[in-house]
Design a protein. Sequence first.
Length: 97
Amino acid sequence: MLTGKQRAYLKSIANGLKPITQIGKEGITEAFLKQLDDALRAREIVKVNILENSGLDAKETANEVARLVRGEFVQAIGSKFTIYKKNIEKPIIELPK
C-alpha cells in the first residue's frame, strides 16, 4: 500500500511519461495483462491509455488492472491511468519513506 507521499512522488514521475500500452474494445485481455506485466518488470511505472471505443471508466479499470497484475494504482486522469509495481530483483525507483 502506497502512502500519500509515495503516491505524490510516483505522480511526479508519471507526469513526464507517455502511455506505452492501451486498452481497446476488447477490454482487459490476457495479452494486455502479459504485456503490461512485462513493461512493469522493466520500468516499474507504466501509463496506460484507454481508447474511447472500449467504453471503460479509467479509475475502475485501473483498480481492476492493478489488482490483476498485483501492482498499485497511482492515478487516473481522463482516459489515462498509471500503475506501479516494484521490481523485487532489480528495483529502479526508490520510493520516499
